[in-house]
Design a protein around this ligand. Sequence first.
Ligand SMILES: [Zn+2]
Length: 397
Amino acid sequence: MEKLEKFLRYVRIDTQSDDTTGTTPSTEKQKDLGCLLVEELLELGLKDAHMDEWGNVYGHLPGKGSRIGVNAHMDTALEVTGANVRPHLIRNYLGGTIKLANGLEFSPNEFPELNKHIGHDLVVTDGNTLLGADDKAGIAIIMNALQYFHDNPKVKHSNISVCFTVDEEIGEGPLHFDYKKMNAKYAYTIDGAHIDVIENENFNAYGAKLTFTGVSIHPGEGKDKLVNALNLASEFISLLPKETPFESEGKQGFYHLNSIEGNSEVANLQMIIRDFKDKGMDKRIEVIKSTVNKVLENHPSAKIDVSFKKQYVNMKKFVDKKPIAVRRAKWALKKNGIEPIMGAIRGGTDGATFSKNGLATPNLGTGSYNHHGRYEFLDKQEFEKMIDVVIDILKSK
Ligand SMILES: [Zn+2]
């Protein structure tokens, strides 16, 4: 029970981030959890534990051998509130529908995955909030591993660097990350779901902004002159390949429209582009440019501006440079009776940016599922198994 206590303590603190404030941390309340974690790290013997001006928490535990980093993020997702989280423990889940306190329910019909958790204890929400296991389960796994080394001083461990970051959910986790302070040879984010999966790949990601400028004339006299910016935008959309998130899975990339706003004179369109391969991404950017040209050919008096912004890159080639990171995780999983599977994240991770900047950081699972929503849950047995895995990763001879 004690191991789960840490998790339950962390999820009760509201740490939802906010992509509109423009500050770091994006919400002051993330520091509430940060302060608590600093206190607990100090108690566990990480004498230099502290929070920096950006709200990131660091601490080091001296040991023997290579310095290994562990990271989890303190903020929770924007989709559903993280205030007043009231976790409920279902002991020995027998299968079937799970009824949440507010009347919502979910079952293996919608989430067939649930059947894999029969016989385990599950922590669920009361239906009014998300759970925040993404990523407080990761934090609790790290804190429990440190607790183990504190309680078992004879067990030797590596030099350990710990960092808990703010604002991962708004893509700004690495913004003020201090690599020198972390000072690790390689690291792990503990921010995934399935505990048998080691993720060493993620999307390449670009954002694109398009501004369509038409020709504005009184509609009554528009014949052969009026060019409607909204029609330009919709023509552009209709000419794009049918490769949206709806049509893609696995290692397939996509084009995804985020927003379109404007009027007949000017319309702004925002979209994201995802592809696992560098060449695939180059091709998608070319497709957007050539689609713009097609629209311009059809409407020579229109104007279309397009700009691209790199968001993050696939970490695989960077993680591959430090094969020890994946090798050690595989070894620790196997030692705990889990057959590891290599996985690719259909999204991003702080580890992608860490890896690109020289700190190889694959991602490990937490035993929590349905992130970012009211049906989020944690499998207690899997969570505890992951604590053992992380302890083994950090042990030394
Ligand atoms: Zn996360």
